[in-house]
Design a protein around this ligand. Sequence first.
Ligand code: CP
Length: 309
Amino acid sequence: MNNISVDHLTGIKDLTSEDIQLIFKTADSFKEVINRPIKKVPTLRDITIANIFFENSTRTRLSFELAEKRLSADVVNFSASGSSVKKGETLIDTVNNILSMKVDMVVMRHSSPGAAEFLSKKVNARVINAGDGTHEHPTQALLDAFSIREKLGTVEGKKVVIVGDILHSRVALSNIYCLQKLGAEVMVCGPTTLIPKYIADLGVKVSHNLIEALEWCDVANILRIQLERQDIKYFPSLREYSQQFGLNKEILNSLSKEIVVMHPGPINRGVEITSDVADSKQSIILQQVENGVAIRMAVIYLLASKIER
Ligand code: CP
């Protein structure tokens, strides 16, 4: 199969396992390109892409921009702060104004779940979801699974635990869909208050005991507590959270096998993970970031190939 089955990437839920394998195969080629002395290909010289970010970002935003530039696309960047959104302009008006400048593809981060899908139905451009509130973050899940495949040779049959604030995490939901489509087993671990009740319906295991979860897994993906999305207190204090669910070197060394440690970033060092674990040999956090560029090049390339030119 050489074509992706979707016209937009709004969520992993819409992808087939063949789509994901195609994205990985394409990303393998682009990873080779970005490790060459000249890290660029002329493939998308005729394409213009707008990155529109209504929420803060470091990794995703830089990674998309770099991916677009490595493919030789023209790139425009928009962030809500400092824009006319602050004067009351709507999402659709904002995007239509950008599109009237002949933009072919929109990469959007927005605080509202479903915003990317809504946009994809309203505009005549390919849409990529760069994170929509607590819903999905598809390219993060793809780069996470790609990094597991790179480290362990395959995702199929591996056991992955996602630890932390599952309730507010778009990374968790996209990871669950992606890992399951690739044949991995998934567990979530965290305080009862931060694990949504519907999660068991997705076919994942649930644990509230960090050591038990880590003993079960091959890979632990540690998530940040999203204080900015929490309007009530879900646990007594960050110190207490850290004591029960924080991953430190003592715990890592006490396990009966060596596990792989991941984190999508941004890290709150000393809360969900200590520095000696984040910076250890078992951590692939920076490889995840590196792989993000190749994965985003692959997604952009495959969606651009469906644009009539
Ligand atoms: N992982 C991730 O989405 O990071 P940013 O919020 O910095 O983009």
